[in-house]
Design a protein around this ligand. Structure first.
Ligand SMILES: Cc1cc2nc3c(=O)[nH]c(=O)nc-3n(C[C@H](O)[C@H](O)[C@H](O)COP(=O)(O)O)c2cc1C
Length: 513
């Protein structure tokens, strides 16, 4: 079983670390003439436009990121479906620049390259026939790839995962290597998890807002899902499944015919460059049979956190009655990555609320029971009223912060974040670290997909929580080993996974002044 050969996971991880040396010696440059198209386009298939009017009902954003919907007989209609797709992967802003136009989407994405595609497998829903569809973000519509109900294949691929068995709608997310590797080379496989994760943070929030149960499924037979979508798996691969809604029935057996579709798609670029390390990592983290999926699934890795040794400060989040009533949808519409932070403090209540709401749990097959978490959060606090500046460890079970080292670490934060100003200027830099050794031991290489995906989801929730509080946020990349060194001895043995900076945006502060 390739998944248990964890040397492959370590090889990929170590080969894609950033260091001062690797960044300075990398000869890579951006070939603008060969920039990939940010959309997958099936030119010969008819577009089914999605309704652009969404329902008025909703829930406060800070509730939607913290909770999951539990409701029986929950079937999304076409309007719900459009709302789910628009607020997770729709185009929310357009900006012109000398090289053309950038279409910014609802969720943050490394380099705005949008390598994650969304597909749907559904039963007959109100106003939509059963089928397998591709979501065309550029035209805000669907294209039908196969007619009929194909959900049973996903039931088999996931070894009868119960949320899939009872879901009228299953969203399938894929990653397209070249679209992101054009800029980030082999590190793109990590980005699949991050960029899929930010989309899923939004998708989970909107599902909650619509009272539709949803769960992230990472365990499935890869080849079955890729074959259903007819992907050229050397170029695009399924990464996560999200069953949405709940019905008592299980799907009927699928139509016999799942032969290759051979559908034409518009080429992404004149030529594509292959980075075999990513395909090797994907193959090494693939699951090959329903039996392998069933034995992979199960209780999450139990992470034993050390007792706090340093000064401990309990979080002081806003009470339920005090939280801002902004719905998830307008918060997503005003979200954007902060391009410059004002060096101004946020309050400890704001930081507490962001951490508290973003880390209550993610409903996922690899995070059972709800509340399990693979990433540990370490903070560099630059400017938070009521909390001394320094480095901290977040004890999620105890809902508080342990002071590791007091001091002004702004310049170190900037250096760790690939020598960018964002983490130096931010009020807080939140680093995600994980015990990869134990994760590989529990989940095999598939755990690498899980830990990156979880980081993207929690990172996406941090974005939403910050924007719900009218603050700013930005995802960032980092120098892997330097991050571990900075937080050691506490972090010794862990690996750096993700980074998000939080604070007040300079633009907003100027507008207010
Ligand atoms: C995981 C992740 C890492 C990112 N890393 C950086 C970074 O290192 N530097 C930066 O300026 N922006 C970074 N960004 C922000 C993206 O450039 C931004 O999300 C993208 O341009 C889309 O813009 P928007 O978030 O405003 O919609 C990152 C975003 C994500 C999700």
């Amino acid at each position: 079983m390739a998944n248990l050969n964890i040397q492959a996971g370590w090889t990929y991880h170590n080969a894609t670390k950033h260091s001062h040396l690797s960044v300075r010696t990398n000869q890579h440059f951006l070939d603008w003439a060969n920039q990939p198209l940010p959309f997958k386009i099936y030119p010969k298939l008819e577009l089914i436009p999605l309704p652009r009017r969404f329902g008025e009902a909703g829930s406060p954003a800070l509730d939607t990121i913290a909770e999951v919907a539990r409701r029986d007989n929950a079937v999304p209609d076409l309007q719900n479906l459009s709302q789910l797709l628009y607020f997770s992967a729709g185009i929310t802003r357009r900006r012109s620049w000398s090289g053309g136009e950038i279409y910014f989407r609802a969720a943050a994405c490394t380099g705005a390259l949008y390598e994650i595609e969304l597909y749907l497998a559904c039963a007959t829903l109100p106003d939509l026939e059963a089928g397998l569809y591709h979501y065309a973000a550029d035209e805000f519509g669907l294209r039908k790839l196969r007619a009929g109900d194909f959900r049973h294949l996903l039931v088999e691929a996931t070894a009868h995962e119960s949320s899939i068995v009872h879901a009228p709608l299953i969203v399938i997310c894929t990653g397209t290597y070249w679209r992101n590797a054009w800029k980030y080379q082999a590190r793109t496989y990590r980005h699949f998890g991050w960029d899929n994760g930010t989309i899923l943070a939004n998708l989970l929030a909107i599902s909650m807002s619509l009272q539709l149960p949803a769960k992230i499924i990472c365990g499935f037979v890869d080849a079955t899902v890729n074959r259903l979508l007819d992907l050229d798996s050397e170029r695009e691969v399924a990464f996560s499944l999200i069953p949405i809604g709940q019905v008592a029935d299980s799907p009927p057996l699928p139509p016999e015919d799942i032969s290759p579709l051979g559908l034409e798609t518009v080429p992404l670029s004149r030529k594509e460059v292959d980075y075999p390390a990513m395909r090797a990592m994907h193959a090494a983290s693939s699951l090959f049979s329903p039996e392998e999926v069933a034995s992979w699934r199960g209780a999450a890795l139990e992470v034993r956190l050390k007792e706090p040794a340093g000064e401990f400060t309990s979080l002081r989040p806003l009470a339920d009655s005090e939280i801002l009533r902004d719905f998830a949808e307008p918060v997503i519409l005003r979200r954007g990555s902060t391009r410059q932070f004002a060096r101004q403090p946020i309050s400890f209540v704001q930081l507490s609320t962001i951490l508290d709401r973003s880390t209550r749990g993610v409903s996922a097959d690899f995070l059972d029971p709800f509340g399990a978490q693979l990433n540990d959060l370490y903070l560099i606090v630059n400017a938070v009223d009521g909390l001394p500046s320094g480095s901290y460890f977040f004890h999620r079970g105890r809902r508080g912060l342990e002071l590791l080292k007091e001091g002004d670490f702004r310049s170190q934060a900037g250096d760790l974040g690939l020598e960018q100003e964002l983490p130096a200027d931010a009020s807080v830099a939140v680093f995600f670290l994980a015990d990869l050794e134990s994760i590989f031991e529990r989940y095999g290489n598939r755990g690498y997909r899980g830990v990156q995906l979880e980081a993207g989801i929690i990172g996406g929730k941090l974005y939403l929580a910050a924007y719900a509080l009218h603050l700013g946020a930005s995802g960032l990349t980092f120098y892997d080993d330097d991050v571990i060194e900075f937080f050691s001895p506490h972090a010794r043995g862990k690996s750096a996974v993700f980074l998000v900076a939080l604070g007040r945006s300079a633009k907003q502060s100027r507008t207010r002044a």
